[in-house]
Write a protein that binds this ligand. Structure first.
Ligand code: ADP
Ligand code: MG
Length: 568
């Protein structure tokens, strides 16, 4: 079975193409979004999703979120003594989504379409592929998130239209695409973005803003920095959401029964966030400029991503575009639904015959070169673009190069992605060396062909016509050469973890919620929670599903009542 997955920085979702429509598959808690969060305990217990987020407050050092930001880097995290790569962590989320599909349909998915930010580079895309493989999913295609959102939007709103703009601001990434639809072709005209900008950054701004008021507070005395930061982040996110619907909200930290709080107004927050809001403009301008479309010809502004719910973002958009954005597609679901449409297209789903998608390369790809200036001075490390950004894909382009030295025996091409003239400012993807026959400078020709496929992965062909030598390579990245071994090792590492059976997800979430509540209070309320917690644990030990469900409901009700009395 082929599924469509939105593997987000903050939240992930899975959807299927079924009965001629894309359908989201709820997780064990009945929710369509699964937080991209992982938590581990000594002994290899592991939690993914909501339960992991709940453990963030109590076990911040053993819990991780936003690891999508580390994709494609060599960073690792160590949780409760186990070291995991960003691919491993993503694989755990993917596996949990696959479990949910299996629970809903009785069939284990084996293949997936996974979405990535359009601005994800080659390394990040390859890392995403590896995550899929570690999770036991064959990744049939990677599809750009805004393209997926555009597909969902286009399908909901059949018919031809003028170019529209998809504005996706999630937890950690920002993507802009300009899309056009005609005769069943969904054409991405341009995309741009910033893969280091999202709701997380707004949380950081808010946390920094209130820090001076909270730092000296007695409730924070003796609390470790890790724990304090984790609580600050959770509180910032909660407060920021509250500010989406009201003019002011209290920023509260609750630690071991003591709390520290301060009032935040929308106005102060918006002022603090002005710098971030300004950063939203650049990618929009770049995308419009690259496809020669002016703001006035856009028929719609489509909002995707949870962070577009912030009024400060909506206001900025209204100012930027001189009109109100469209919100006919659900901002949280569009990407996963689009991935399911792509899955439907790949498996020949009925009703989809007439749709085709064309996408663009989101960044320029090329090699390093050297030249001599008019005075004979040698300049090297100059970027020679081969495929320019926003060229429609799939695409194949060839450039011809000549030797620079007399009797040169080999030519080395370093392959880069980026826009800067100085290659050192771009991202190096790999290197390729070919032998050439010794001849006077400029007499040996080397042809370099770049082919960029629909998943945004690069293939390089090099030919030396003088000797008939040809070389083909998919980027010889160190990461890649190791990849097959890595995947096997990662699988083994993850197999050792004890994953909670999916059926237990709501029990685990309830336990974590109750434990967190217990830590948040003192005195009588704490005793009441402790008592209810013991009852629930007793019920769990009986292994009787009915007793467990009753105890869980009772505990949930109690916690709801306690929450309802909160000062917020
Ligand atoms: P991603 O695609 O990165 O996984 P999402 O599209 O799920 O992210 O968006 C997550 C972000 O949206 C988080 O930063 C979250 O705080 C923010 N968000 C969700 N709902 C709201 C809201 N009502 N007000 C403000 N921000 C919100
Ligand atoms: Mg997203």
């Amino acid at each position: 079975m082929l599924v469509g997955i939105d593997l987000g920085t903050t939240n992930s979702a899975v959807a299927l193409w079924k009965d001629g429509v894309p359908q989201l598959v709820p997780n064990a808690l009945g929710r369509e979004l699964t937080p991209s969060a992982v938590s581990l305990a000594k002994g290899g217990q592991s939690w993914v999703g909501e339960a992991a987020v709940d453990r963030m407050a109590t076990h911040p050092a053993d819990t991780v979120t936003s690891f999508k930001r580390m994709m494609g880097t060599a960073s690792t995290v160590t949780l409760a003594g186990t070291t995991l790569t960003p691919e491993d962590l993503s694989a755990m989320v993917l596996r949990s989504l696959a479990d949910d599909v299996e629970a809903a349909t009785g069939e284990r998915p084996t293949e997936a379409v996974i979405t990535v930010p359009a601005y994800f580079n080659e390394r990040q895309r390859r890392a995403t592929r590896r995550a899929g493989e570690i999770a036991g999913l064959e990744v049939k295609r990677l599809i750009n998130e805004p393209t997926a959102a555009a597909l969902a939007f286009g399908l909901a709103d059949k018919g031809d239209r003028e170019p529209f703009l998809v504005f996706d601001l999630g937890g950690g990434t920002f993507d802009v695409s300009i899309v056009e639809m005609f005769d069943g072709i969904v054409e991405v005209r341009a995309s741009a973005g910033d893969n280091r900008l999202g709701g997380d950054d707004f949380d950081a701004v808010l946390a920094r803003m209130v820090e001076p008021q909270l730092l000296g507070h007695a409730a924070l005395e003796g609390v470790s920095v890790t724990r304090r930061d984790a609580l600050m982040k959770l509180a910032a996110e909660r407060t920021r959401r509250a500010l989406s619907t009201s003019e002011k909200a209290e920023f509260v930290l609750t630690i071991d029964g003591k709390s520290a709080g301060t009032m935040v107004t929308t106005e102060a927050f918006e002022e603090a966030a002005a710098g971030l809001v300004r950063k939203l403009r650049d990618p929009v301008i770049r995308a419009l400029r690259d496809c020669h479309i002016d703001v006035k010809s856009l028929s719609d502004i489509v909002l995707v991503g949870g962070a577009t719910r912030m009024p400060v973002v909506r206001k900025a958009l209204t100012r930027m575009f001189g009109r109100f954005p469209n919100s006919t597609v659900h901002p949280d679901h569009a990407v996963a639904l689009g991935a399911a449409i792509q899955a439907g297209l790949l498996s020949g789903g009925e009703g989809l015959e007439e749709i085709r998608i064309t996408d663009v390369a989101p960044f320029t790809l090329g090699v390093n070169t050297a030249t001599r200036d008019a005075h004979g001075v040698f300049h090297d490390d100059i970027f020679a673009p081969i495929i320019e950004r926003n060229t429609p894909v799939p695409v194949s382009r060839m450039e011809r190069f000549f030797t620079l030295g007399d009797n040169q025996r080999q030519v080395t091409f370093a392959i880069y992605q980026g826009e800067a003239r100085d290659v050192k400012k771009n991202v190096k993807l790999g290197e390729l060396t070919v032998p050439v026959p010794p001849r006077p400078a400029g007499e040996v020709q080397v042809d370099v062909r770049f082919t960029y496929d629909t998943s945004g992965l690069l293939d390089v062909d090099v030919a030396v016509p003088a000797t008939g030598l040809t070389r083909n390579m998919v980027i010889v990245d160190e990461d890649d050469r190791r990849s097959q071994k890595d995947i096997a090792e990662s699988r083994k590492r993850l197999e050792k973890l004890k994953v909670h059976p999916r059926e237990e997800a709501d029990n685990v979430a309830m336990l974590a919620r109750a434990e967190r509540a217990y830590e948040g209070f003192t005195g009588h309320v704490r005793d009441v929670i402790g008592h209810a917690l013991t009852q629930f644990q007793g019920a769990l030990e009986t292994q009787d599903p009915r007793l467990i469900a009753d105890a869980r409901d009772a505990l949930g009700q109690l916690l709801d009542e306690i929450d309802a009395q909160s000062p917020l």
